[in-house]
Ligand binder design. Sequence first.
Ligand code: G
Ligand code: G
Ligand code: MN
Ligand code: NA
Length: 254
Amino acid sequence: LSLEAEMRRALERGEFRVHYQPQLHLYERAVTGLEALVRWQHPERGLIAPGAFIALAEESGLIVPLGNWVLREVGRQMRAWLDEGRAPGYVAVNLSALQLGSEGFVDSVQAVLRENGLAPGRLELEITESCLMADRSRAIATLETLRGLGVRLSIDDFGTGYSSMSYLQHLRVHRLKIDMSFVRDLETNPGNVSIVTAIIALGHSLELDIVAEGVETPEQLARLQRLGCDLIQGYLIGRPVPAAEALDLRFAPG
Ligand code: G
Ligand code: G
Ligand code: MN
Ligand code: NA
């Protein structure tokens, strides 16, 4: 069986899982939201990280049903958390270009919100440069529709693409996520300090929240806080964990 065929079967058999990684708000000193990250619970090979299958899912088009499954699962989980009275403020979901461009994507987002009785602001969509590559004007129109509904938008891996600035020119978003390659050696690489400082200044001048990804040490946290970063995400705060464990985190009130 090819990996692609195996993935198709895995989707039917319910072998995919969503894990959740916390985002700590540095001023509120609390976890305000989570990023949803898909995993494959393979019956023989164990838990497989998305790095091993997302690219193939994109090439084969399987990312569309897989991504839609992730959205539905996140909606269902948010409803369950709300019913338990202990919900994160929002969950951020990674969006692939194919999924964004797929027929009826806005309808499927609306259906997830409606069926679970969720305010649109409970959902954040993380977009990357590739989301705007194929049919740019259509992708932007779709994202503007979603933003108009109240869904939050963030730019993932900010700073790594060829046209990071260009998105900001064409699309209004709520947040920028500084790519972890700029965070990794923040303590030893003055160039990265300059880049992070510039991204934060740019984002704030556009009234966007800044999330730093891949924060692993207290020193990185302290430095990012001094630089005025709004939120941090990374192993220092928490690894991606199953929903049941994500609930152990202290969420911000409200
Ligand atoms: O968890 P890990 O570092 O292996 O994730 C690797 C990549 O997989 C990241 O770039 C992440 O954005 C992507 N990814 C994780 N979950 C999803 C998902 O549900 N949909 C899409 N399109 N990408 C995802
Ligand atoms: O591309 P995207 O930003 O969606 O992917 C985020 C990925 O980064 C997740 O798959 C997650 O597992 C990984 N990640 C999250 N925090 C850390 C961290 O502190 N260090 C490293 N090395 N990877 C991280
Ligand atoms: Mn992401
Ligand atoms: Na990223």
